[in-house]
Design a protein around this ligand. Sequence first.
Ligand code: SF4
Length: 323
Amino acid sequence: MPILDIKDLCVTYRSGAKRVRAVDHVSMEIEKGDSLGIVGESGSGKSTLAMAVLRLHDPRTTEISGQVLFEQEDLLTVSPARLKELRWKKLSVVFQKSMNSLSPVHRIGEQFEDIYRVHEPRASKEEIYKRVIHLLEMVNLAPRVYKLYPHELSGGMLQRINIALSLLFDPDLLIMDEATTALDVVTQGQILNEIKQMENQISVTRLMITHDLSVVATSCKKIIVMYAGQMMEFGYVRDVLSNPLHPYTRGLIQSFPSLHGEKSALKSIPGSLPDLADPPGGCIFAARCPNATPRCFQERPAERRMSEVHKVACHLYDGGEGA
Ligand code: SF4
């Protein structure tokens, strides 16, 4: 049974009379222990999807439909009290700029203690200290960091602190939204390695949102490629990256420098994302697709299962008149 089962999720932002469909009928299942990378260019709906899972949207300006079943409870309909209980203890998130959320006037240890006590008011100082030191070690930070202020730490160390904070209560699901994007490549590589090592020690399912294919290639087992709020392709990283089926996935890979193998010229995908306030009919990628046929401009492709796990939404694979 999947730990997270997203069914037909739609997220629409409202601004006056304007309505923007940022996530458009997305369904996916995430198995316990999976590490799933969600990739796509800016505006593909990756972060909106993560915010919907955590129910962080402002209901006054956002409409959400579908289901987000976390261990069979629908996060879109549970009571605010239950949602509060689930966040931190069962579901946790690290954002790109999480380091800015730390208070500059309190020591790191005090900030861990404060958060711990909100959820476990009776916890002793010693119990919290032991837990925090264990987590600091897990993200490769020395115990002395407990007594330091945020301004005494580098950006990479601060992001490690946030990863440690997100693990404070052993969550079952960890969402990392561009969590290593603001870091230099060396620090990013170190943190990705630490995350993988950490996952050998604890049982956590990870959703990794990034525009960077190398992050997914080096740290995830499965991948979802999103474009303009829709899922284009899903499968094991090794299958999708070595044998991409969707024209958008191929374009994304060609526009990204190869980490291994021969050097080749990068090719960008011509054109830009469609206007999601007035999306075109048919396949959402048709205007930029080198394989588009007249049918593609009229009919939205259904998701096709290509193997037990690999799925693709493209007419090329449904026996139609694809190129
Ligand atoms: Fe290209 Fe048509 Fe496939 Fe869309 S459905 S990705 S336009 S070939």
